[in-house]
Ligand binder design. Structure first.
Ligand code: SF4
Ligand code: SF4
Length: 349
């Protein structure tokens, strides 16, 4: 880690609340890459590429659902969203509707001349996925040659005036490299750094489990590295967020499925309120024939109000091995909602 002059940073938990409105809009599941930790599962999420008229219809559907789109953020995702040739026009439609912010998450390949077909006025944030500070680390996870292409994409986007962020998914394969990221990102002109924890979801999660690969990082290693690197990155001027994961004693537990308006929309019309549920047909809502409707029980919705000592119900069901228990059988820490984040920024930023 290179030396940086001491600068104060602040860390705060970014609460989601009734006013948090996000549309996570998966506009296709196709991708040119096969990252080890990919959470997309076409069997569960569909295989169609949403055409422009469908994307426009769904953007309006959710704008009505939110009642006030000016309070809502939209994130275009895939698969690789730039493989959809209609993405630039869909972004402009989101702008016309009046969504508060528009983000595209990309693997950096920027297909269909994406950067030439939109302007920084159309798009608030362009987020690149990069899982290492060098080809050795990144390409082991994301594929041969991906680091070089992604970095080139970041450089072009920064040069054109886009607000660029980077998403780094922490696993056993790259935790040791995390501390090298802040220097790389500030050199590239990136302004925001999202650190994520690897999920045990999707087709690739099943494949890596079958291959006997455990990508998950033990809590002690996460705690020893991630908050330290986040502070270091913030001192360099990056706005950093990372998942809270475990709640400190006394901090109240809250489920985003109950208190926030997050919609995770997939090409087959499934709409989830909780991202942990996405491997299972328990979605709360569905889009069919151009309309959005609540599904009858039992869905994820019935699980959200359950109160258990472990905190998040879905974590208890899906990943019980991640919960620490004391000799008395009681959990020694509660798992936070996966939508709860810590935000670290320089005080003068
Ligand atoms: S993680 Fe993203 S970039 Fe990687 S294979 Fe999945 S959709 Fe593609
Ligand atoms: S991750 Fe847990 S707490 Fe968060 S929305 Fe899903 S069920 Fe609720």
């Amino acid at each position: 880690m290179s030396h940086v002059a001491p600068v104060s940073v602040t860390r705060r938990t970014v609460e989601f609340h009734a006013g948090t409105k996000n549309l996570f809009f998966h506009i296709l599941t196709q991708c040119n890459l096969r990252c080890l930790h990919c959470y997309i599962d076409p069997d569960q999420h569909g295989r169609s590429v949403l055409g422009l008229s469908v994307m426009k219809e769904q953007l309006r559907l959710f704008a009505n659902r939110f009642r006030e789109p000016a309070d809502a953020n939209v994130v275009f995702l895939g698969g690789e969203p730039t493989l959809n040739p209609d993405l630039p026009e869909a972004i402009r439609e989101a702008r016309r509707i009046g969504y508060r912010s528009i983000t595209v998450d990309t693997n950096g390949f920027l297909f269909h001349d994406f950067l030439d077909r939109i302007s920084p006025e159309d798009l608030d944030f362009l987020s690149f996925s990069l899982d290492g500070s060098c080809p050795d680390v990144n390409d082991r996870i994301r594929g041969e040659g991906v680091f070089r292409t992604c970095v080139k994409g970041i450089e072009r986007a920064v040069a054109r005036g886009f607000s660029v962020s980077v998403i780094f998914t922490v696993s056993r394969l790259n935790l040791g490299d995390l501390s090298n990221m802040p220097g790389l990102l500030t050199d590239l002109g990136v302004t925001r750094f999202f650190i994520q924890v690897v999920g045990i979801r999707g087709r690739s999660a099943m494949e890596s489990r079958k291959a006997g690969m455990d990508l998950q990082v033990p809590r002690s290693e996460w705690d020893a590295v991630v908050p330290v690197v986040a502070r270091h990155a913030a001192r360099r001027g990056l706005l950093v967020t990372y998942p809270t994961v475990f709640l400190a004693p006394g901090v109240p537990f809250s489920c985003a499925g109950l208190v926030a308006e997050n919609y995770f929309v997939f090409p087959n019309g499934r709409v989830y309120r909780c991202p942990l549920c996405e491997d299972h047909p328990v979605h709360s809502l569905e889009i069919a024939d151009g309309s959005l409707s609540e599904r009858p029980p039992i869905t994820e919705r019935e699980l959200f109000p359950l109160r258990i000592p472990e905190g998040c119900v879905m974590n208890r069901i899906l990943h019980p091995g991640n919960i620490p228990y004391g000799p008395d059988g009681e959990p020694t820490a509660r798992i936070a909602c996966c939508m709860l984040k810590e935000e670290v920024r320089r005080e003068d930023a």
